[in-house]
Design a protein around this ligand. Structure first.
Ligand SMILES: *[C@@H]1O[C@H](CO)[C@@H](O)[C@H](O)[C@H]1NC(C)=O
Ligand SMILES: *[C@@H]1O[C@H](CO)[C@@H](O)[C@H](O)[C@H]1NC(C)=O
Length: 487
């Protein structure tokens, strides 16, 4: 059953399990409007860019940056202001009722770590552009967070003290290079929250047909790596292998963000507030695209979002995207998690009746050690487990059986919300609970403290952004490790 579960996971990059993407919400009508963004707007963006470059050269402080950004927005006729870590402006078009809002952000720091100057310049020019038009039915709030994620995150926390409207959708612009070759859609939000699938689909459609740019998911190329393309043999077999490898790379990149509950771009902090959003990432290259393409893609995407009469709901909220034009529906991937969860549950079916109170006490102890570790903020506290006397007979059977049932049930439940994270949990659980103690001791070397060591930022992600992976380590992983030591 375990093998079948994992084989199913390995089958997901096979395109027989995929479906073609489509836009479910009819009012979106992507790429069907006349666009007005043109060279005069590009020229404005270039002018903003010059000033932004000066600010970077002079090692400007937040005060200096925000003074300039507020001035630039104000000169374009927008009302602008700042919080302690972000600058914002709003556009209230004449036809907007003022109750629904689209948020557009470009943060000072790109997901690459460098300054996101062209992203910010695009946002400033977009503010100027949007104000001059009267076909918009939504308000716009434009935000420049003064960092990668934290500025936007703290702005959102105080949003309702500043503006009345509800934010339905959001776009984040990330343009770190000089020019770009591809436009990548990043869509994973904090804690594995995904935007309604209509959002990435609309951006991909608009970018291709209105922007005329090749689209990507993340920054994963659509071409298979050289070693795959040079496999000798039949053309159609190689084509299948290439699609499999590219699909696997997409899913692997996706899983890397989801399994840890991490946002793949600054849009990810909007996910916390149920804002359907994505990041448009301009893959740095020497050409051929620039402000012209990006502006038109943004304009046309905003026009689609502007058509919405209610929140996005038609398309899926749970999906995997193995290619820009395909998705894997939940029914095609969930069974693998159910198989893995069921295999764990079955391992614990022979429960002593009634359960031994001593065994229950041990389970409580394992959670208590998780709690102690949380207080100390280090999973290393779990080595206390070696000091515990090992349970015998019925007590041991009770611990073993209830751990199997509890963790086995958790796997498919988690899979409904965050499939990649459930695979991580399944793998750890299966390795820790194998019936052979010698094998188990080897598996126990994969201690939860390794996470703290390999990803030191996770604790801050919890404290500042609210990524629940860090508390999850103490609530779920540490107790499991303790149980695996004592049985
Ligand atoms: C900005 O900082 C860098 C490195 O800290 C320094 O080399 C440079 O001289 C600074 N520039 C100005 C204008 O202060
Ligand atoms: C705006 O920024 C200034 C510093 O540039 C800061 O002193 C002020 O508190 C900020 N305003 C708000 C409302 O946080």
């Amino acid at each position: 059953m375990v093998i079948l579960g994992y084989l199913w996971v390995l089958a997901l990059p096979y395109d027989g399990l995929w479906k073609g993407t489509y836009i479910d919400e009819h009012s979106l009508q992507p790429a069907q409007v006349t666009m007005y963004w043109d060279w005069p707007n590009v020229h404005k963006a270039d002018q903003f860019l010059e000033r932004l470059e000066e600010l970077v050269r002079s090692n400007s402080t937040f005060d200096e940056r925000s003074a300039y950004l507020i001035q630039a927005f104000s000169e374009a006729g927008l009302s602008a202001g700042n919080t302690t870590s972000a600058v914002y402006a709003s556009v209230m078009p004449p036809r907007s009722a003022g109750t629904e809002t689209i948020l557009i952000s470009a943060n000072w720091v790109s997901r690459d770590g460098g300054p996101n100057l062209r992203g910010v310049a695009t946002l400033l020019a977009m503010g100027d552009f949007l104000r001059g038009q009267n076909h918009w039915a939504f308000n716009f709030v434009l935000v420049i967070g003064d960092s990668y994620l934290t500025g936007l995150s703290s702005f959102l926390a105080s949003y309702h003290t500043l503006f009345p409207g509800v934010i339905w959708t959001g776009l984040n612009i990330d343009y770190p290079g000089h020019s770009f070759s591809h436009l990548g859609v990043f869509y994973e939000g904090l804690n594995g929250r995904l935007p309604n699938q209509d959002v990435p689909n609309t951006i991909a459609h608009v970018g291709k047909w209105a922007g005329g740019v090749e689209m990507r998911l993340h920054d994963v190329p659509e071409e298979a790596p050289e070693w795959v393309r040079s496999i000798p043999g039949r053309e159609d077999v190689r084509g299948m292998v290439e699609r499999y490898v590219v699909g696997a790379r997409h899913l692997w990149t996706h899983a890397g963000y989801m399994a840890l509950g991490r946002a793949s771009g600054a849009h990810g902090v909007m996910a916390k507030y149920r804002i359907d959003s994505s990041t448009l990432y301009c893959t740095p290259a020497s050409g051929p695209h620039g402000f012209h393409t990006l502006g038109r893609t943004l304009e046309s995407t905003l026009r689609s979002l502007n058509n919405l009469l209610e929140r996005l709901h038609a398309s899926y909220f749970f999906y995997l995207l193995p290619s820009p034009g395909h998705f894997i529906p939940v029914g095609n991937y969930l069974p693998s998690s159910i198989l893995l969860g069921a295999s764990v549950v079955i391992g614990g079916l022979a429960c002593p009746q009634p359960p031994s109170p001593a065994g229950m006490l041990y389970l409580l102890l394992s959670m208590g050690i998780g709690g102690l570790a949380w207080i100390a903020q280090t999973p290393l506290v779990s080595i206390l487990a070696f000091l515990l006397p090992r349970p015998e007979g019925r007590a041991r059977e009770t611990v073993r059986c209830l751990a199997h049932i509890g963790y086995g049930a958790m796997i498919p439940t988690l899979a409904m919300l965050n499939y990649p994270q459930s695979l991580l949990l399944a793998t750890v659980t299966i390795a820790y609970l194998v019936p052979y103690r010698s094998v188990r001791l080897v598996a126990l070397a994969a201690h939860p403290a390794l996470v703290q060591w390999a990803l030191p930022g996770l604790r801050a992600e919890w404290e500042v952004l609210g990524n629940a992976f860090w508390p999850g380590v103490f609530a779920v992983w540490v107790p499991l490790w303790v149980i695996a030591v004592i049985i």
